[in-house]
Design a protein around this ligand. Structure first.
Ligand code: FAD
Length: 370
C-alpha cells in the first residue's frame, strides 16, 4: 500500500513525487505508460552515441533563481544560450527579427534608430489586435510577416495566423539591436549530464517506487494507494465524457550524419519551404564532442501524441468544464501541462509542481516524516 500514486514521470509528476517523499516522508508509487522517465524532456544517446532529445529539443531557460536552486539539487549545469536562424529567401537570418535580419534581408545599413523609423513605415495599424496575424503585421509589417511567420505558423498549427489567438505569436519579440539570442532569461543553461540523469537523481529516494510501462487506466480499478497526483491528459481522466481537447502533434525524424557539424546554430527554422518546420542539431545544446552529429526534423501533424494545446476560445471553454469536474474529485490533484491544458515551459511546470505540493502540504497539514 502506497500513500500516493503519481501518474506521469515528467517534470510535474517527478517534482511532486520528490517533494512528497522528502518533505512529507510518505510512500509514493510513480507510474508512466512510457518505458522511460523524464516525460517529454527525455534524452538519451542514439545508436551512434550522440545525445538526442526524443521529443524534440528542450532548452532550459528561466528568470527564477528559486527554480534553478531547486533543480540544482539534482544536476550540475553547462551554460548554453540558444540561437536560431531562419532560412528566408535563400539566406540564413537571425530570428527573433533583429537589426541584422532586416539589414541583410533588404540590403540596408540601418542603425537601431534607423530600424525604429523604418518599422514605423512598414507597420500596418490594426484597430483591435485579436489574432496572431494582427500582432505580427502591426509590429513588423506584412512582408516580414509573410516571410517569417505566415508559412511557419500554417505548418505548425495547420491554421492561418488570422485564425489563431494573439497569444501564439504575442511572445515573439522584435529587436532593434543585434542581440541574436533566442531567449533573454537570466538563467540559460542545460543539465550537464542531460535531463534523464537529472530525473534519475530526483526519483532516487527510498520512499519512491517507480513502475514504467504502466498505464493508469489499467490500475485505477484496483487501487492500492491513498491519494493521487494526475499529470496525464485531463479529458482522458474523465474518459472524454465532454469531448476531446484538441492538440497539435509532431512527428520527429532523428537522423545521424557522418560529419562533425550540420548547421551553424542549434536550430534552423524553415518558414517558407519544406514540410518540416525546423531542424535542431543537439551538439550545440549539449556541448558533446563527437565525430558524427545528430539532428531532428520536426513535422507538425494533426494526429499523434498531444504536444501543443490549440489556443482557441472554445477549447479553453471545454477545458474549464473539465476543470470543474476535476475540482469535485476527492483526493486527486491535477498538475502539469496535460492536466491543465496549457503550453508550459519546463520551468513553469516545475513552478506549478512546487506550488501544487505547497497546496497539498497546506491542505493535509501534519508533516509526518517517516
Ligand atoms: P510530460 O513531460 O508530458 O509528462 C507527462 C507524463 O505522463 C508522460 O511521460 C506521459 O507518458 C505520462 N502519462 C500521461 N498519461 C498517463 C497515464 N494514463 N498513465 C501513465 N502515464 C501517463 N520547454 C522548455 O522549457 N524549453 C524547451 O525548449 C521546450 N521545448 C519543447 C519542445 C517540444 C516539441 C514540446 C512539445 C515541448 C517543449 N517544452 C519545452 C515543454 C516541455 O516539454 C514541458 O514543459 C514539460 O515536458 C512538461 O512536463 P509535464 O510533466 O507536465 O508533462
Amino acid at each position: 500500500m502506497h500513500d500516493w500514486l503519481i501518474v506521469g514521470a515528467g517534470f510535474a509528476g517527478s517534482v511532486i513525487a520528490e517533494r512528497i517523499a522528502t518533505e512529507r516522508g510518505e510512500k509514493v508509487l510513480v507510474i508512466d505508460r512510457r518505458d522511460h522517465i523524464a516525460g517529454n524532456a527525455y534524452d538519451h544517446p542514439d545508436a551512434a552515441g550522440v545525445m538526442i532529445h526524443r521529443y524534440g529539443p528542450h532548452i532550459f531557460h528561466t528568470n527564477s533563481a528559486a527554480i534553478v536552486e531547486y533543480l540544482s539539487r539534482f544536476t550540475e549545469w553547462r551554460p548554453y544560450e540558444h540561437r536560431v536562424l531562419a532560412m528566408v529567401d535563400g539566406m540564413l537570418l537571425p530570428i527573433p527579427i533583429n537589426l541584422d535580419t532586416v539589414n541583410r534581408l533588404y540590403g540596408m545599413d540601418l542603425d537601431s534608430e534607423g530600424m525604429e523609423k523604418w518599422l514605423e513605415t512598414v507597420r500596418e495599424p490594426v484597430a483591435k489586435i485579436e489574432t496572431s496575424e494582427d500582432v505580427v503585421v502591426s509590429t513588423v509589417g506584412r512582408d516580414l510577416y509573410e516571410k517569417f511567420f505566415k508559412g511557419y505558423t500554417r505548418k505548425q498549427w495547420g491554421l492561418d495566423p488570422s485564425e489563431l489567438a494573439k497569444s501564439v505569436t504575442a511572445r515573439i519579440p522584435t529587436r532593434t539591436n543585434r542581440d541574436d539570442r533566442y531567449f533573454t532569461d537570466t538563467y540559460q543553461q542545460m543539465p550537464r549530464d542531460g535531463y534523464t540523469r537529472m530525473f534519475e537523481r530526483m526519483l532516487d529516494h527510498p520512499n519512491i517506487e517507480l513502475r514504467l510501462g504502466v498505464d493508469y487506466r489499467d490500475l485505477k480499478d484496483t487501487p492500492d494507494w491513498g491519494r493521487v497526483v494526475y499529470t496525464g491528459p485531463i479529458d482522458e481522466y474523465f474518459d472524454f465524457r465532454l469531448g476531446r481537447l484538441p492538440y497539435r502533434s509532431l512527428r520527429f525524424e532523428h537522423v545521424t550524419r557522418d560529419e562533425e557539424w550540420a548547421q551553424p546554430v542549434g536550430t534552423v527554422n524553415y518558414p517558407q519551404t519544406e514540410e518540416f518546420t525546423r531542424i535542431t542539431e543537439y551538439k550545440h545544446l549539449t556541448g558533446q564532442s563527437h565525430p558524427k552529429t545528430s539532428v531532428t526534423y520536426e513535422y507538425p501533424s494533426a494526429t499523434g501524441d498531444p504536444y501543443y494545446p490549440v489556443p482557441r476560445p472554445e477549447n479553453e471553454a471545454l477545458f474549464k468544464r473539465y476543470e470543474a469536474l476535476a475540482a469535485e474529485e476527492p483526493d486527486v490533484w491535477f498538475a502539469g501541462r496535460l492536466a491543465t491544458y496549457r503550453y508550459y515551459n519546463m520551468d513553469q511546470v516545475v513552478a506549478q509542481a512546487l506550488s501544487t505540493f505547497s497546496r497539498i502540504d497546506a491542505r493535509l497539514g501534519g508533516v509526518s516524516r517517516r
